[in-house]
Ligand binder design. Sequence first.
Ligand code: FAD
Length: 533
Amino acid sequence: MTRVVVLGGGFGGAFTAARLRDRFRADPSVEISLVNRENYFVFQPMLPEVAAGSIEPSQIANPLRRMLKGVRFYASDVASVDVAAKQVAIYAGEGKHLRQLPYDHLVVALGTVVDLSSLPGLAEHSLTLKNIGDAFYLRNHVIGCLEQADIEDDEAHRRSLTTFVVVGGGFSGVETIGELQEMVSLVLPHYRSLRREDVRFVLVHSQERILPEVVPGLGAFAADELRSRGIEIMLDVKCKAATAEHVFLSNDVAIPTRTLISTVGNAPNPLLKTLPCRKERGRLVTDATLKVPEHDGLWALGDCAAVPSPDGRTYAPTAQNAIRQAVMCADNIVTAVRGNGLPKPFVFNALGKLASLGGRSAVAEILGVKVKGFVAWWLWRTIYLMKLPGFERRIRVALDWTLDLIFQRNIVQLKVFRTEKVDRAHYEPGEAIITQGEIGDRFYIIEKGRVEVARVSNGGPELRLATLGPGEYFGEVALMRDLARTATVRALEPTDVISLGRGDFAAFAQNLSLLKASVEETLGKRLPSEGAA
Ligand SMILES: Cc1cc2nc3c(=O)[nH]c(=O)nc-3n(C[C@H](O)[C@H](O)[C@H](O)COP(=O)(O)OP(=O)(O)OC[C@H]3O[C@@H](n4cnc5c(N)ncnc54)[C@H](O)[C@@H]3O)c2cc1C
């Protein structure tokens, strides 16, 4: 028995497994297996449309078991790869033990991960758009901001709720801001106290023009189109830091916002680090046939692989390339298993580039022909609909699009996350973490940085009561005594905090005797006099 194991069920992995299954269909001596974290394939190019509510989330997810009938499927996380022993360990038993999958040929198609740890506060306060959960969350978050803004009297707070900032002016950043702006402008008439001029969309891009992947003319068209719809574009500007209430930029501008969407920060899959072979910016280096030269039977493709192209560079991380590489990789494995020839090099010229801008407009470069506006948008939808795997999915997406033309955009805000949870947050100097007079709903522990506790009494000047540092906590008075916040706590330097909601704090305080004793002791010191928050 020859065992071929494919890691990853995205464009690279799923299409490799499908091709292998078709080529080995009549051969019972070959077993093909695929491991993927989720039990479905995601059509990532349509994520911005899911985030904007023109497609229902499940329509772009294809169950891998149905898509890959005949392939042994494992819905699990890959724990490790032992290239010397030729086996992969995956988690089994609800993550409590490992299961070994021996292989003769292993295809690594694990894509990339999002890593936002390089900028302070970005991991804690930005939203990403990499999977269906992200798109679903983003849509509900944006609707939630409009709901909050509609009942907010404070002008500045309302503006920050209706300000949406996207970092990254490549394909996914441009598509995301274009689609979200369209959604917000369609649903805005439902919110009686919000005016069009209250809503602000900002696209922050580190280079001198957006969509650097397409020719300058199309990039300029896209920029004009977005600007004509009121989207501000900040060029040659980088994001420096983020907090729950602001985005700090390299041009010293701080934008008050509750919504920062980051489309930058793709990083290599951490599992690749453990493989003993050559890497290029964290990606596995293959030869032109998609084989990893150092190890027998090891292949790599898609976003996690550095595949050499004839121009001396490596292929771009796109779905188009991953799908074509999948076919070539599968064919080369068939050749190797049957021992009837030499593997072929992967050579492919991208057929085109398409970016949807929302508002029934797009830009496209197809076989050298440049198209823009409505025709490009129609092409975008037609081409991506044809590329969506599965006839049933195509019908469902086409129906969603048709219904979206006829009916109003859905504004149901589905809250599927827990209302109480342990959270992390970052604050920049001068930002208030809690404000005197507010209803207290969270308890805070300082991880890093320093804060001041200050209070205004009887309309007098604000007095600093205490400064607190790492390991110290605040916010317990309001929770334990059911009072409004009795002081303001403000960051004195870049500060990271862990916070617990009321219910979780009560559970900890009741059941963890050390915490209970400590909180009661602190309460005794803080309540009668100063320093309470
Ligand atoms: C919003 C957005 C829009 C895009 N638009 C376009 C576009 O218009 N055109 C285009 O060509 N490209 C587009 N792309 C890029 C394209 O989606 C990627 O290039 C493509 O998905 C790469 O395929 P892949 O198989 O290498 O990785 P992925 O599709 O990311 O698949 C990797 C798979 O591996 C799984 N995995 C990772 N680690 C583990 C583990 N340890 N255990 C188990 N499973 C694991 C993941 O769950 C995932 O299913 C877009 C991407 C995004 C995010």
